[in-house]
Write a protein that binds this ligand. Sequence first.
Ligand SMILES: CCCCCCC[C@H](O)CC(=O)SCCNC(=O)CCNC(=O)[C@H](O)C(C)(C)COP(=O)([O-])OP(=O)([O-])OC[C@H]1O[C@@H](n2cnc3c(N)ncnc32)[C@H](O)[C@@H]1OP(=O)([O-])[O-]
Ligand SMILES: NC(=O)c1ccc[n+]([C@@H]2O[C@H](COP(=O)([O-])OP(=O)(O)OC[C@H]3O[C@@H](n4cnc5c(N)ncnc54)[C@H](O)[C@@H]3O)[C@@H](O)[C@H]2O)c1
Length: 320
Amino acid sequence: MFASALKRSVYSRNAKACFSTSTAMLKDIKNVTIIGAGLMGSGIVQVAAQAGCKVTMVDTSDAALANGEKIINKSLARVARKKFADDEQQQKAFVDNVFANIAVSTDANSAVSQADLVVEAIVENLDVKKSLFAALDKAAPKDAIFCSNTSSLPITDIAQATPVDRQARFAGLHFFNPVPAMKLVEVVRTDAVSDDVFQDLYDFSKKVGKTPVSCKDTPGFIVNRLLVPYMFEAFRLLDRGDASVQDIDTAMKLGAGMPMGPFELADFVGLDTMKFINDGWAQGGKIEPALVQASKALDELVQQGHLGRKSGKGFYDYSK
Ligand SMILES: CCCCCCC[C@H](O)CC(=O)SCCNC(=O)CCNC(=O)[C@H](O)C(C)(C)COP(=O)([O-])OP(=O)([O-])OC[C@H]1O[C@@H](n2cnc3c(N)ncnc32)[C@H](O)[C@@H]1OP(=O)([O-])[O-]
Ligand SMILES: NC(=O)c1ccc[n+]([C@@H]2O[C@H](COP(=O)([O-])OP(=O)(O)OC[C@H]3O[C@@H](n4cnc5c(N)ncnc54)[C@H](O)[C@@H]3O)[C@@H](O)[C@H]2O)c1
């Protein structure tokens, strides 16, 4: 099913719960609203819809929603081909069934009016996220759980845009790129988050096929706290002229078992995102300065508009 055919309404509160609920808590998470239909938001929409939740995908324009639907369609087709290799009818039925759980909207406030869970995956900007959540707090049910998929911003700072009661229901739910393929979710717990909410999010992560881990609200949580310094050390290795992009990538794939080398991964994630995270941490002063020292090669590429795969060029050239 294609984008334009998707429902433009929010599902009824009587919609079916995610299938095979195993706890009383989880039963309540049946209507999920994802704000942001980009790379991450579309992936979260997909895995929640695949798990049987009724999902509303929100973005600011029809074009952005169409982009999200295109990403989901492509990924679901891939999953369907693998599941039903020789049966095109079953492939189509599988894709249609998942899309039947997805509605789209450009009106975030009405899209959250019946939400049990709201997951934000919009631009990595604290003020923009805060102003979104301040508005959503007034439009969503009092008992809705709010989550951010932020890579690098403190959840506590984002949650401050909402009243104290909501802060007890406000956590990080950090998925990984590409969402349908990556098995991990970090459930990020601030000091304000209640045990029930934390458990609900842990159970929800399992229901959407992921392995949750718990972590405190510290810079980079677990994965990015370790991965970002590693990648910047690779960039600085290049800056110093100690090894080439290709050799560093080959070394880390064949010598350390990484699925992608640090430069391939940086191009995949986006060089602007890498720079944004590192600069933010350097300014924040909570991380050892040597770990967040800037990279000349990265700064130059970003300045030239070479942002990785999404712009056609980064450390590698994707235009050919
Ligand atoms: C990074 C630090 C910087 C921080 C920046 C912020 C980042 C952020 O906060 C955290 C991150 O996300 S950090 C970034 C974290 N991310 C990483 O570190 C990624 C590192 N890269 C990888 O893990 C692999 O290269 C991929 C999984 C991307 C592709 O795997 P491959 O072996 O080269 O190619 P393959 O064999 O084709 O695919 C393998 C399996 O995946 C399946 N599949 C793939 N895409 C799919 C999709 N869109 N839909 C559905 N399914 C999809 C595929 O069907 C297959 O399934 P099977 O059941 O096994 O047959
Ligand atoms: N890209 C990654 O590898 C990755 C991985 C994990 C987490 N994240 C985090 O997920 C979030 C989204 O990242 P992405 O890569 O999907 O970004 P993206 O640029 O692909 O998508 C962001 C989407 O949000 C939309 N948007 C912006 N402001 C909005 C608003 N006020 N209301 C509704 N929609 C709005 C944009 O139109 C766009 O479609 C960021 O916080 C990022 O740090 C990214």
